[in-house]
Design a protein around this ligand. Structure first.
Ligand code: HEC
Length: 141
């Protein structure tokens, strides 16, 4: 008799394999959008073109958005903000402070206050639904 952990590993492997093949099959059936990919002629150029997906901008318009753009997109995208829940002003202040103190973000004091105002306006506890919903992925995984 096999130990329980071996059985579990086999079950995980089987489930993963089924999941992956479903994923590949689903993705292969997706229609391609945009320009058609030129087929390589026999003996012709092997160069193909691909169409990359377009993502909507994640930077909501708001007061002091320029200070946000200038300082907060050096290390990561705006998605780090757009994917957060709505926070109180104190939480956003601490978040900006953390970027500066812990991660070394070079942001002037005056800009920090402007950025907090922006964050509260677009992602504050009482802010309207200003940011677009996150992009939905077509694949299951
Ligand atoms: C010096 C680089 C740098 C700058 C500039 C920066 N961040 Fe970050 N930020 C990070 C790192 C590193 C993480 C953590 C990444 C991880 O855990 O994967 C992070 C994570 C975050 C998160 C996710 C929550 C968390 O606390 O981990 C938010 C929200 C965020 N940053 C907002 C901001 C805002 C707003 C600004 C502008 C005031 C900013 N960041 C500027 C480096 C930076």
């Amino acid at each position: 008799m096999r130990p329980a952990t071996t059985c579990r590993r086999i079950a995980y492997a089987a489930i993963s394999a089924i999941g992956m093949s479903f994923c590949v099959a689903t993705y292969a059936q997706q229609p391609t959008s945009g320009a058609p990919t030129p087929a390589a002629k026999p003996g012709g150029s092997p160069v193909h073109s691909i169409v990359l997906p377009q993502y909507p901008p994640l930077i909501a318009p708001g007061p002091n958005v320029d200070a946000f753009r200038k300082n907060c997109l050096i290390c990561h995208t705006a998605r780090y903000v757009s994917m957060q829940p709505r926070f109180s002003k104190t939480v956003w202040q601490n978040e900006v402070k953390k970027m500066v103190d812990v991660y070394g973000a070079p942001i002037a004091e005056a800009d920090q206050a402007l950025i907090v105002e922006y964050l509260v306006a677009v992602k504050g506890a009482g802010a309207p639904a200003a940011l677009p919903a996150p992009t939905k992925w077509r694949c299951c995984c």
